[in-house]
Structure formats: structure tokens, C-alpha cells
Design a protein around this ligand. Structure first.
Ligand SMILES: *Cc1c(COP(=O)(O)O)cnc(C)c1O
Length: 395
């Protein structure tokens, strides 16, 4: 069965829903046990079935089952946000004295967590060039390296890493490999490329409507799941059943939405790449992008998130462009139905292993579900505002 068919059925158990198409939102903290023996059994199997709301409800389990299926892993843990999935994974797997390798293009809050909380716990992080090859990674892997953390394409800068090659190098040194696979949801199958742990910010495309926070960690085997689940349970953070239901609802239309987001982004990046105001577009699915070959080899599709580096312009022109968009609203996050833009210049991109030196101001766009023609008209008007206020004029 194709993924777009499987995604409709994943996690659906009509027995739990009395025949209703969707599982109900289970609101639960206390769960009553009929006998002392049943209660004692529950104590020994806290993560199976309905035990206590914090460990999960049938709505949450349905979401976990569905995500395990679409990521192609053994089992999933749903979390209250994408960042919680990342921080929970790192703290569950690492301890004082351990060494962690992280791509220099990682989502900024992941870096902040490594540099503050993990550093305070005695866990050392080394960042590496996202486009480094396996020999380069091997040189950084030491006896204390427990985990290599990937994100490809990188947040804001969109570099592609050679995931299978880096994964093989990490495994050669007995390190686990985790990936933040939010951009690659549905289009990248991490476990087919040897990755051990795949993280989704479900807040983005899985929820898909900008109305809930949700994350997920999926793993390749059940021992790893048990280690992670024990760690997550110890912290006590858990996703709400309402949010899990919104995640399940979003999943059912994910394949069609992603196809449309991807088509629109392809049209916009082609159009933008030909504009005189643009130095280059950052989109691995764009032919000519330095990551295009890796993307074509490893991914089956793309999504609506891409970057644009403008040629140098003065701030008034940029402000006029960004303040006047009709569809590209200024706002964080992405993956909803709406188009968005954020600046990615100045301190937005923090690097320590490499330098990122864009030719001019960088912007990150999310192509929503609006008609591509309307979005192009919006961009065209934006460039008119930019040029009319830019004392240098278009280059
Ligand atoms: C948004 C995002 C996250 C964090 O997700 P939240 O649900 O907002 O916590 C993690 N990784 C990537 C790549 C993201 O874009």
C-alpha cells in the first residue's frame, strides 16, 4: 500500500471508538482498577494500556501508532511540543561525561538546550559542518560520543547532510543517530537510512492548521523505546488528548497538503531564482541547490519551507516589503495552511563550527495553500515596494 493510503488508516481502531471513524478525545487523569490485583498489575506495566493520564490515553496511543507507521519505525512517544521531543530524547540518552555531536545547522532552540542545560549537566556538545563527509565525522567521534544529532535540511539555512554516510560513520563508533525530521515528514524515511531515532515537530505539518503544539519521537527498536519512555515519564511532561486528536485529524490530509505545499514552493522558488533582487534560493528540491543531488537520492518529495537570500538592500526597503505583504504574514512556526515569512539575518543564524555568510538579508518563507499565482503577485508587489525605497535600486 502507498503511504497516502496507509496514512488514512494508521492508528485507527474502531473497537476503541465504538465504530466512530475517529477515536474520541479521552480526558483522563485517574483510571480506576477493579481489584487490588489489577492495580498491582498496572504498577508493573505503567506504559501499557490506560494506567494514568500522564502516561498516555487511547487518543495519544492512536497518534503514536499512526506516527510510528508513517515514519517507518518500531514505536513512537508523543510529546507536548517538538522541542520537548528533542530535549526529552537528549536527556533520556545522555549523562555526565558523555559527548554529543550536533549539526551546526540545527534548530536554534536545540542548540540553546545543548549549550545551557546539557552543559550544566556535564554533557559536552561539539557542532559539526552539516555538509561534512563521513571521514570528517569520524575524526570528531570519540570514545565518549554517545549520540550524533542531525537535521537535514538545516533550519533557516537548508544545507543537506549525507544522512546514510554520517549514520554509518556514527554506528562505526557505537554512537546512536537521531534526526530532526520535521522538514522531511513523509518524504524522508529515516529508518531506511539507518537512523535510530526520528523526531517530528508535529506542530508543523502533522497538525497542519497552526492550532496546537505537539511533538513525537520514533525509534528503531523497542529497547530504545523503553529507555526513552522511562526518561520522558520521569519528567512528567505529556501531550494533551485534545492535541493528539488534532494531530490525528491533520495526519489524514497530510499527503495531499504536502503535495500542494511542495508544488507551490517549487513554483515560487523558480520564480524567485529568476528575480534580479535575489542572490539565491535555499531549497534542496530546487535544481542548482547544492543539496539537490542528496535530496533527489534520499527524499521522495519536499514541502513548502524554503529560504531566499536577497542581494544587499537597505532596511527601509526591506521593511516596506515585509510590512506590506497580503499573504506572507510575519510569524514563527510553519506547516499550517497559511503562508509566512520571517527574517533570517543577524543573530537568527548562530554558528560555531562553520560560518554562514549570506550575500544579503536572508528570508525564510513558508508557502501555504493559497493559489501560487496569488502568492507570486504578493511577492511581485513586495519587490516593487522594496525597489521604490531602496536607494541602491535592484542590483
Ligand atoms: C518548530 C521546530 C521545532 C520545535 O517544534 P515546537 O513544536 O515548536 O516545539 C523543532 N525542530 C524544527 C526543525 C522545527 O522547525
Amino acid at each position: 500500500m502507498k503511504k497516502e493510503t496507509r496514512i488514512l488508516d494508521a492508528g485507527r481502531r474502531p473497537v476503541l471508538s465504538e465504530g466512530a471513524v475517529n477515536p474520541p478525545v479521552w480526558r483522563a487523569s485517574t483510571v480506576l482498577h477493579p481489584t487490588l490485583a489489577a492495580l498491582e498489575h498496572a504498577i508493573h506495566t505503567p506504559f501499557e494500556g490506560l494506567r494514568y493520564g500522564r502516561f498516555g490515553t487511547p487518543t495519544v496511543y492512536a497518534l503514536e501508532e499512526a506516527i510510528a507507521e508513517i515514519e517507518g519505525g518500531a514505536r513512537t512517544i508523543a510529546t507536548c511540543s517538538g522541542l520537548a521531543a528533542i530535549t526529552g530524547t537528549l536527556t533520556a540518552l545522555l549523562q555526565a561525561g558523555d559527548h554529543l555531536l550536533v549539526t551546526d545547522a540545527v534548530y536554534q532552540p536545540t542548540r540553546t538546550f545543548c549549550d545551557t542545560v546539557l552543559a550544566r549537566l556535564g554533557i559536552t556538545t561539539t557542532y559539526f559542518d552539516p555538509v561534512l563527509g563521513p571521514e570528517g565525522l569520524r575524526a570528531l567521534l570519540g570514545p565518549a560520543t554517545r549520540l550524533v544529532f542531525l537535521e537535514s535540511p538545516g533550519s533557516l539555512t537548508f544545507e543537506m547532510s549525507d544522512i546514510p554516510a554520517l549514520t554509518a560513520a556514527a554506528h562505526g563508533a557505537d554512537a546512536l543517530v537521531a534526526i530532526d525530521n520535521t522538514w522531511g515528514v513523509l518524504s524522508f524515511q529515516p529508518f531506511r537510512h539507518g537512523v535510530d531515532i526520528s523526531i517530528q515537530a508535529c506542530t508543523k505539518y502533522i497538525v497542519g492548521h497552526a492550532d496546537a503544539m505537539l511533538g513525537a519521537v520514533t525509534v528503531s527498536d523497542l529497547d530504545l523505546w523503553h529507555r526513552l519512555k522511562t526518561g520522558f515519564a520521569a519528567f512528567g511532561a505529556c501531550p494533551g488528548s485534545e492535541e493528539a486528536a488534532l494531530g490525528l485529524r491533520g495526519l489524514r490530509t497530510l499527503a495531499v497538503r504536502l503535495a500542494r505545499h511542495g508544488e507551490t514552493a517549487k513554483r515560487l522558488t523558480e520564480w524567485l531564482a529568476a528575480r534580479p533582487e535575489v542572490a539565491r534560493v535555499l531549497y534542496p528540491a530546487h535544481p542548482g541547490d547544492p543539496g539537490f543531488d542528496l535530496w533527489r537520492r534520499d527524499f521522495s518529495g519536499a514541502c513548502g519551507l524554503f529560504g531566499v537570500i536577497l542581494k544587499p538592500v537597505e532596511r527601509p526597503g526591506l521593511e516596506a516589503m515585509l510590512n506590506g505583504f497580503r499573504h506572507f504574514k510575519l510569524g514563527f512556526s510553519w506547516g499550517g495552511f497559511e503562508s509566512l515569512v520571517i527574517p533570517a539575518w543577524g543573530g537568527a543564524v548562530k554558528r560555531t563550527a562553520t560560518r554562514w555568510t549570506p550575500e544579503g538579508p536572508a528570508l525564510r518563507f513558508h508557502a501555504g495553500l493559497e493559489a501560487a499565482d496569488d502568492l507570486i503577485a504578493d511577492l511581485e508587489d513586495g519587490f516593487s515596494r522594496l525597489s521604490s525605497l531602496d536607494i541602491n535600486g535592484p542590483a
